[in-house]
Design a protein. Structure first.
Length: 287
């Protein structure tokens, strides 16, 4: 039976528990999926991190096995921080190590802002940062380098038509057609990965239903835990400069840029991604 815990409203919420190394003595990594509202199966074992660390992967509200709440606001990234806190208590941990991808970083940042003393460390993978930093988005410059590639040009044509959120199937199909923009190359491995993890329109809308407080950026100055931002050097989704600026908001923030890599570093550069994360955890978090 899939493990579950009680969310902030006492609703059962579910999570995957991946632990290949039964002798692992470090704290688990709480892996938060993005999308927003994409089934966390697309995370896989995060490029082999599951071989060394226990991965606890929540199914966020309205995604996978976890239901949508009666109150839509509870499924926002700001309010789901309360669910993450309930997960910490359920796991019996004094602090959490958060590993969050893309839109999942919004939830990780919300948790850190609201429960800073409960954060042991964070890894933010290709995070969107425009809502937090005043930095020019550089995705169009990165896209220009890719024009002429057939798959990229076709994805840009789809983008120009606007997203289709008629229902889950339409939104999922639109995301698949847009996928080539999210990878530095569009080979068999990338196409296979893009086909994993379905999207939910209702959960996506709910995720953004609550605006974070206006002082959120200021609150991050009070997050003492070490933070690593991993940036794809060819990430046409969230870009480079805003993510680097995000790392500078944290007192103990650092960033690493992986070249020849788009929005999914653990797929495109798994060895380099794993090395960066393991070095960060070993030297600054799990010491």
């Amino acid at each position: 039976m899939m493990p579950a815990y009680r969310g902030s409203d006492r609703t059962p919420l579910y999570y995957d528990d991946v632990c290949r190394d039964t002798q692992a003595r470090t704290a688990p990594l709480i892996a938060l999926a993005g999308g927003a509202a994409r089934h966390p199966s697309y995370l896989g074992d995060l490029g082999g991190l599951g071989d060394r660390y226990r991965l606890v992967v929540p199914h966020l509200r309205g995604v996978g096995e976890s239901p949508m709440p009666d109150s839509v606001e509870l499924a926002s990234f700001w309010r789901q921080a309360e669910d993450v806190e309930r997960l910490r208590i359920h796991l019996g941990l004094a602090q959490l190590v958060l590993v969050a991808h893309s839109a999942g970083s919004r939830l990780a940042i919300s948790y850190a802002a609201r429960f800073p003393v409960r954060v042991a460390g964070m890894v933010l993978i290709t995070p969107p940062a425009g809502y937090l930093v005043d930095e020019t988005l550089d995705t169009e410059a990165l896209i220009e380098r890719r024009r002429g590639e057939r798959a990229v040009d076709e994805a840009l044509a789809v983008r120009d038509l606007g997203r289709d959120i008629t229902d889950d199937d339409a939104f999922d199909a639109w995301q698949r057609r847009m996928a080539p923009l999210a990878y530095a190359s569009w080979g068999e491995r990338e196409r296979a990965h893009a086909a994993t993890g379905r999207f939910s329109v209702a959960a996506m809308r709910a995720y953004f239903s609550v605006e974070p407080p206006g002082d959120l950026t200021d609150r991050l100055a009070g997050v003492a835990a070490p933070v690593l931002v991993i940036v794809g050097g060819a990430d046409c989704v969230t870009g480079i400069a805003p993510s680097l600026a995000l790392a500078r908001l944290f007192p103990a923030g650092a960033a690493t840029v992986l070249d020849r890599c788009g929005h999914y570093p653990w797929i495109e550069r798994p060895a380099a991604f794993r090395e960066a994360v393991e070095r960060f955890l070993g030297e600054r978090v799990l010491t």
